[in-house]
Design a protein around this ligand. Structure first.
Ligand code: ADP
Ligand code: MG
Length: 170
């Protein structure tokens, strides 16, 4: 997939209550605007990558890109499970992600146990693959610290001399 790594961000919206949280695997949903911008070569299936909520730390993630039942499977959805235990839900916050690699296509399962086992194996694969140096370095990408992601904590305006230095440094 030539579009990988793929960076995107958007507000976390409510999903369609599949009860992911009850399975112990909550998935944060992106709005349609983010899904509609996906490059055509990013096919449906399970991906691994890095994710960050608001200005928080960057964690490993697995993402399912699939057909949204709410729209009678005519529209894609993007659901991110961040591999971290959060104290609270983060609906309405900005989720920034980079899709790094592909794990497997979408598929259906005969039982809930089989589904959970598959997701847990996806999570293990994500954890392992993201340790590869070429994947791990994306964790520190400027994308996760850029101003678009931290508009609520903008630093004070630099003094003219400082900004001159910054300009010259580029
Ligand atoms: P919904 O159908 O609204 O997406 P879920 O049961 O999938 O409901 O829960 C998703 C919500 O749980 C996210 O929008 C987020 O606010 C919260 N959440 C808490 N921990 C995580 C996590 N580790 N990964 C993703 N979402 C999480
Ligand atoms: Mg969800």
């Amino acid at each position: 997939m030539k579009s990988l790594p793929y960076f995107c961000r958007g507000e976390v919206v409510r999903g369609f209550g599949r009860g992911s949280k009850e399975l112990g695997i909550p998935t944060a949903n992106f709005p349609d605007s983010v899904v509609d911008n996906l490059p055509a070569d990013i096919s449906t299936g399970i991906y691994y990558g890095w994710a960050c909520v608001g200005n928080g730390d960057v964690y490993k993630m697995v993402m399912s890109i699939g057909w949204n039942p709410y729209y009678k499977n005519t529209k894609k959805s993007m659901e991110t499970h961040v591999i971290h235990k959060f104290k609270e839900d983060f609906y309405g916050e900005v989720l920034s992600v980079v899709l790094v690699g592909y794990i497997r296509p979408e598929r259906s399962f005969n039982s809930l146990e089989a589904l959970i086992a598959a997701i847990n194996s996806d999570i293990e694969e994500a954890k392992m693959k993201l340790e590869l140096p070429e994947h791990h370095k994306l964790k520190d990408d400027n994308f996760f610290t850029s101003t678009a992601n931290s508009s609520s904590v903008l630093p004070a305006m630099p003094s003219p001399s400082t900004s001159q230095t910054i300009m010259n440094g580029h």
